[in-house]
Write a protein that binds this ligand. Sequence first.
Ligand SMILES: O=C(O)c1ccccc1NCC(=O)[C@H](O)[C@H](O)COP(=O)(O)O
Length: 269
Amino acid sequence: MTVLDDIVAGVREDLAERQARVALDDLKARCARVPDAKPVVQGFRSGGVRIIAEVKRKSPSKGELADIPDPALLAGEYEAGGAFAISVLTEQRRFGGTLADLDAVRQAVDAPLLRKDFIVSSYQLWEARAHGADLALLIVAALEQNALVSLIERAESIGLTPLVEAHDAEEVRRAVDAGARVIGVNARSLKTLEVDTSLFARLAPLIPDECVKVAESGISGAHDVIELAREGADAVLVGETLVKGKDPRSAVADLVAAGAHPALKQPRP
Ligand SMILES: O=C(O)c1ccccc1NCC(=O)[C@H](O)[C@H](O)COP(=O)(O)O
């Protein structure tokens, strides 16, 4: 069993418990009461390299990372530093996150919110929307192709932008075939937890230019943002570096500044 299999098994158990507690119709009713999801694709394409700043307490690869008693406060600092979007890990067992974190962050910031979880059911997409998310992560390695296609379609039908994550050439091909418009290359293998910082450079050319290209994981500072921008990244997703630093606002601002040089990223139609 890989780490990913183990995480997904726990996610399915927790999901079954929530499904028994909250009816899908109630979630849908809640979705009807929240403001519409923000469109993000054009925002990713314009401006400099966009920073997606993550609220991440712990992880299978690193254990405890940061206490984060108030995720809304942290997200507010990220937004003040210029983050384009905030990623909120909502998986509880391995990452210490909850949907309540998503609610709290939604109340605190206007920036688009990504529900970062291990989504295997459309129920989780309705949850994401009901709790204020604008984007939802879909991990190719966790899904059969027909499930990936139907989750992308369901996400888009309820206004969510799916960020479809790949880790090798075959997964990029599957993401493109499934109709993904925002594709992330995760430098971290979710099977071995190893981080390969050269992966984005190898896989980005396989992603069509019409798609938004996001580099995820293992980003430790401005130098990485500059390199990933040169390799074609429209956005970078950063967790550990930001939650472990002393000043998240200025840490984000440094990354934003690094990605803002006009020679690094040309605005695209
Ligand atoms: O972070 C992990 O250890 C991990 C293990 C297994 C599945 C997913 C995992 N992380 C999720 C992420 O993709 C990262 O939180 C995100 O890309 C930020 O990465 P980093 O900047 O390296 O914290």
